[in-house]
Design a protein around this ligand. Sequence first.
Ligand SMILES: Nc1ncnc2c1ncn2[C@@H]1O[C@H](COP(=O)(O)OP(=O)(O)OP(=O)(O)O)[C@@H](O)[C@H]1O
Ligand SMILES: [Mg+2]
Length: 407
Amino acid sequence: MTTLEPLPAPSSTTAPAKPVLLIVDDEPGPRESLRIVFKDRYECLLATCGKEGIETARRRPVDTAILDIKMPDLSGIEVLCELKAIDPNIECVMLTGYETVETARAAVHYGAVEYLNKPFDVFVIREIIEACIARRQRKREADTSLQTLQQVNDELSRTLAANARAAAADVLSAGVVHELNNPLTIISGYIQLLNRDLAKLTSGDATATQNMQQRLAAVQREIQRCKDMAERFLHFSRSPNAQLELVDVAPLLEDIALLLRAHPAGRRAHILTQILNSSLQIHTSSVEIMQVLMNLGVNALQAIDSEGTVHFTADRVDQPPVDCVYHSLNFDPHHPHVCISVSDTGCGIAPEYIQKVFAPYFTTKPHGTGLGLAIVGKLVGKYRGAIEVISTVGRGTTFNVYLPLAT
Ligand SMILES: Nc1ncnc2c1ncn2[C@@H]1O[C@H](COP(=O)(O)OP(=O)(O)OP(=O)(O)O)[C@@H](O)[C@H]1O
Ligand SMILES: [Mg+2]
C-alpha cells in the first residue's frame, strides 16, 4: 500500500520550485497533520514506511526529512542512515512517541539534527524545519561556489601550464636560433673561400665560372638574410637591459632620417623631418628608441611602391588619446607626452589587420619576419608609452608613438 503523492516525471535538469520535504511515518494522523502544516511552503512527499521513504529519496532529491523512529519494517535510525548514504546533506528530524536516551543518542550519532516527541508542537516543528531548509540551501550555495572556484582554479592551472610551456618553447627556440647562427657563419665563410678559389681557376669557360659566382652570391645573400632574421629573433627574445638616459628628440629624428636615406629601401622616398617643439626630452635608452624609429621607418619605406614621402614629426601632447591600438599597462594619459609621428604615403593597412600588426610573426611580406612591430610594441610598452595607428588603404599610414615627456 502506498500513500505517496504522485511524483512528477524525473528530471535532472529542472530544479524543484519549492524545497522538498519527505515525511516518513506509519501513523496516518501525524503524517497528515505534518503535510497540512507544510504543504504551502514545501513540496511534501509522504511515505508510510521506512522502505518507501528510502525509495522516494532515491527517486527524488530531498532537502529535509521528518522520520518516525518506530515503524513496522525499518526503524527511523535505519532510514536515517540510508538517507545519509543517498545524500549526506539531507537534514533529518526524528519523531517518536516513546523516547529513550539510547535512540536519541543514536539518532544524533547518525546525523539527525533534532529529536522531537509526539505529539509535536506545530510552532516548534515549523521553526526547526525552516532552519533545516535554510541550512540545506546555504550548503547547496556553498557547494555551487566551491564548484565554480574549482573550475576557475582548474582553468588557471591550465593557463599557467600553457604559459610555462610557451616560456619553455621561447627559451628553446632562442637556443635553436642561436645555434643556427654558428653553422650559417661557417657556411658563409666557406662560400667566400669558394668564390676566391673560383676566381683563380683558369678554365676556358668564362661563362660557366661567372654563373657559378652569381649562384654563390645568391646563396651568400640568402644566408645573410637568415642571419639577420636570427639576430632580430634573438633581440626580441632577450629583452636586453638598456641604459636609461635623457634623450633629446630633435637630433634623434635627424639621425634616423640620415640612416634611412642610406637604407636600400629608402632610395624611392623623400624622407623629411619636422620638429614642432625643440625642447622635447624623453627618459629612455637612445639605442632602443632608435630601434623603434628604424623599424617604423623601414616599414614606411617598404610600404611605398614607387615615389612617396616618409615624414617624421615630434611635438608635445598634453592629453594623449586613451584608445590607442597598443599601450603599456602603465600608460598614463594624464601625463604630458612626446608624440613622435612616422607618416608615409604608402599602401596603407587594411582595417582588419590594424589590431594584428603588433603580434609577433604577423607579416604580409614575402621575406618579413613579422617581428619589427612586435619589438616596437615591446620597447614602447617598456617605457610606459602608447601607439596609435591611422591608416587608409592606398593613401598611407601614420604611426603616432607617445612616450612620457621627461619633466
Ligand atoms: N607603414 C606601413 N604601411 C603598411 N603596412 C604596414 C606598415 N607597417 C607595418 N605594416 C604591416 O604590418 C606587418 C607587420 O610589420 P612588422 O614590421 O612587424 O613585420 P614585417 O615588416 O612584415 O617584417 P620585419 O620583421 O622584417 O619587420 C607588415 O607585414 C605590414 O603588413
Ligand atoms: Mg617591418
